[in-house]
Design a protein around this ligand. Structure first.
Ligand SMILES: NC(=O)CC(=O)C(=O)O
Length: 322
């Protein structure tokens, strides 16, 4: 009843103000809890491309194009590719496959043209990037006009040691990025991290406090860390911040030197897995809905209950030196 009265009041006003005829305005007017979500957040479908990456870059780029095309035909307005989607993942490959980020480079050129032709936001997984004599693990984001609207260089490098199981030291070949990345889209602001970045909750929290409705993480966990933490971390970042989280992995290739976990996943702002899959090639779809975020934020009001007076100051942990 209350909603009807409000709606007819605004319908009268809209006749006199063209701005109020905008899609954006009517979406917000019809959504009772819109004040609980970032003001630019709109509904859309996302498609995570769990690509079967090989050692053949041209083949990977062709395959990415055909999978993105399928995702767009199925209604995706935003697509995500996996970490190192156009090369094998490993220190021994980064230098050979690295590209500079410029219009003539094969991956830039392909992602730019896919985005433009298919009119879709492309979160281009990541590639080994060469810049000023250094190598980075870098993600490019293109809007539906084909413009490059974001570059994220993996901040936290994957240096881990599980004795007898797996050891990986990205820092042997890569340099770490030095800045956070938030891209502005017509569906709202999206924060971007690459794989190991998901383990650092501050990144997602700062992005969420800066108006991001979603974090996207191209990633390639493995058969040791995947079953342990892949889903847990995506759900944790979502529930901590009451935002959407999407993690996009390559499909598993048991003939490669690194075996990706797969299981690309989208988690809702309530921490529940919305959509996921196994380790094979495929596409994970999810409908991203501001109303769902408003609903969980209304039920559990973390945003008004935080006690910054108690814990706003954070300092690095001091460990014993010996
Ligand atoms: N590959 C990564 O960067 C991270 C990973 O596999 C993990 O954190 O586990």
């Amino acid at each position: 009843m209350f909603t009807n009265v409000t709606t007819s009041f605004w319908q009268g006003i809209r006749k006199t103000n063209p701005f109020l005829l905008s899609k954006s305005f009517s979406y917000r007017m019809n959504h009772f809890n819109a004040s609980l979500v970032p003001k630019d957040f709109r509904p859309f479908r996302i498609g995570l491309i769990q690509l079967a990456s090989t050692s053949n870059k041209d083949e990977n780029l062709k395959n990415a194009r055909s999978q993105i095309s399928e995702a767009v035909q199925n209604g995706s307005k935003m697509v995500v590719l996996p970490e190192c989607f156009n090369s094998p993942y490993g220190n021994q490959y980064f230098n050979e496959y690295a590209e500079t980020i410029e219009k003539t480079s094969p991956t830039y050129n392909t992602l730019h043209s896919i985005a433009k032709e298919l009119k879709v936001y492309v979160f281009g997984g990541s590639i080994p990037e060469r810049k000023d004599g250094e190598l980075y693990n870098t993600s490019m984001v293109f809007n539906p006009y084909g413009d490059l609207i974001g570059i994220h260089r993996k901040i936290h490098l994957f240096d881990v040691d599980f004795p007898g199981k797996m050891t990986f030291r990205e820092s042997e070949t890569l340099k770490s990025g030095n800045s956070m990345t938030i891209v502005e889209t017509e569906f709202g602001k999206i924060g971007l991290g690459i794989c190991y970045d998901i383990r650092f909750p501050e990144l997602a929290t700062v992005a969420a406090r800066n108006g991001c409705s979603m974090m996207i993480y191209p990633g390639a966990f493995n058969l040791t860390t995947g079953p342990l933490h892949w889903e847990l971390l995506a759900r944790a970042r979502a529930v901590d911040n009451q935002i959407y989280v999407a993690s996009c992995s390559p499909a598993r290739d048991v003939s490669a030197t690194y075996h990706a976990w797969g299981h690309s996943t989208v988690v809702g702002p309530d921490g529940v897995v919305l959509s996921t899959m196994d380790e094979k090639p495929g596409i994970v779809y999810a409908d991203i809905d501001p109303e769902k975020m408003a609903s969980i934020r209304k039920s559990i009001s973390l945003y008004t209950q935080r006690r910054f007076d108690i814990y706003s100051e954070t300092k690095p942990l001091k460990l014993n030196e010996n």
